[in-house]
Ligand binder design. Structure first.
Ligand SMILES: Cc1cc2nc3c(=O)[nH]c(=O)nc-3n(C[C@H](O)[C@H](O)[C@H](O)COP(=O)(O)OP(=O)(O)OC[C@H]3O[C@@H](n4cnc5c(N)ncnc54)[C@H](O)[C@@H]3O)c2cc1C
Length: 378
């Protein structure tokens, strides 16, 4: 077993680091406080070949591995935490599910997405179906050569400006009745808009008798398992960003501790703070090993449910804990919006809920431990 990156991975990471330092470092603070999507970054990344890293060359991607995409998140976030969202959107999210299961005509949408000119969002969560996502009620009813879709989605990342929505819908009863459709957002009514604690905007999405032709059904009845297999990729991106933002905050605090003096001594000379740094590094390195294991073991680019759950739950916790400790070490400066450390805390907090909360992932881990499933229903 070799824990080092291969020469190609090292080279790839170095090139993304160079690009990120040159193109993204300036403006990182401003970007973090903008609610909208950083389209300028998306276009630069498209030109650099950083969108579609894991998507096959025949579909317009780079034909790389999930591990390459994880390295890209880490390198980009080290210069601009907010820009790591663009790597997520262009590699890990619903774009990956579309590339995996889409028909030739559906994959036409990849062109604009990979050019950084459009973004796709995934609508799973509904007012009465959060953790219990299989309770979703958005219904697709047969109508001629298509389906009439009715229902609402909430909390959808990118929903305020996405061009395309991958919506989980119910074609029939039970888990087996769940599938998904692709809908251009101009056919959907956007309701109340809101902001997460991170500052990101989201809008309620209402499907009012939206007609979806058969060609826009991504996965029909019985497609839920496949959909979740694809969603595990999204979870890896979520985990990678948690870890990367935790590491960013850690590096800021490390630099601060090497220059800030109190009581006539550098902060790094106080043992109480040295132990904080040692604990932070323990968490970051352990999280990284779990993340790399899940990404490196991914078969055909799709990671296992168990390794993904372990990696995401641990990275989510580590990212938040480390960012929070880094903020503490930086005192009032860390709490101020003059640095990105408070932003890292806010972002990492959200990923403990999004994409399968830590509790739900622990339920999944327990099922693997006991080799049986546990119904959460009363
Ligand atoms: C930043 C962010 C981005 C998001 N982006 C998207 C997106 O793009 N698309 C999308 O569809 N959704 C998105 N969501 C929604 C997200 O998937 C849900 O918030 C999440 O699944 C939890 O659902 P809920 O908020 O309804 O909480 P609930 O399901 O009501 O849960 C409340 C609390 O109870 C816990 N809990 C629930 N059931 C159990 C159980 N059986 N055992 C133990 N604990 C339990 C949960 O972990 C949570 O802590 C996003 C959320 C956030 C915060």
């Amino acid at each position: 077993m070799d824990f080092r990156l291969t020469a190609e991975q090292q080279q790839f990471r170095d090139s993304v680091l160079r690009f990120s330092k040159n193109e993204l470092s300036a403006g990182a603070l401003q970007r973090a406080h903008d609610a909208g999507y950083p389209w300028d970054v998306a276009k630069k990344m498209a030109a650099q070949g950083l969108l579609g890293i894991t998507i096959a060359g025949k579909d317009g991607g780079q034909g790389g591995t999930l591990m390459d995409a994880v390295l890209a998140i880490e390198a980009v976030a080290s210069a601009c935490p907010r820009s790591a969202d663009v790597i997520q959107a262009g590699n890990f999210g619903p774009i990956r599910v579309l590339a995996e299961y889409g028909s030739a005509s559906q994959k036409q949408y990849l062109k604009k997405l990979l050019a950084g000119e459009a973004v796709i969002a995934v609508g799973m969560t509904e007012p009465d179906a959060g953790s219990a996502v299989t309770d979703l009620a958005t219904k697709a009813t047969r109508d001629g050569k298509g389906w009439r879709v009715n229902g609402s989605k909430i909390f959808t990342t990118h929903s305020a400006y996405a061009d395309l929505i991958l919506a989980y819908v119910r074609f029939g009863p039970g888990v087996g009745g769940i599938g998904s459709v692709l809908v251009e957002s101009k056919k959907i009514r956007r309701g109340k808009t809101s902001q997460f604690m991170s500052g990101e905007e989201w809008a309620e999405l209402h499907f009012d008798d939206v007609l979806v032709p058969d060609e826009m059904v991504l996965l029909g009845e019985g497609g839920f398992k496949k959909q979740i297999a694809g969603f595990n990729v999204e979870r890896i991106g979520n985990a990678a960003r948690s870890l990367a933002l935790g590491r960013y905050a850690f590096e800021q605090a490390r630099a601060w501790a090497l220059e800030r003096k109190q009581f006539g001594r550098l902060l790094c000379e106080f043992q109480g703070l040295q132990w904080k740094f040692a604990d932070m590094k323990l968490e970051l390195d352990a999280a990284q090993l779990l993340l790399y294991r899940a990404a490196a073991n991914a078969e055909h680019g799709l990671p296992s449910a168990e390794e993904t759950a372990l990696a995401k739950a641990y990275c989510n916790r580590a990212g938040f804990n480390v960012a929070n400790e880094a903020l503490q070490v930086m005192g009032g400066t860390g709490y101020s919006q003059d640095t990105l450390v408070e932003y890292c805390v806010r972002r990492c907090r959200g990923w403990m809920i999004a994409g399968g909360s830590i509790e739900i992932l622990k339920n999944r881990i327990a099922e693997a431990i006991f080799e049986r499933s546990f119904s959460q229903r009363g």
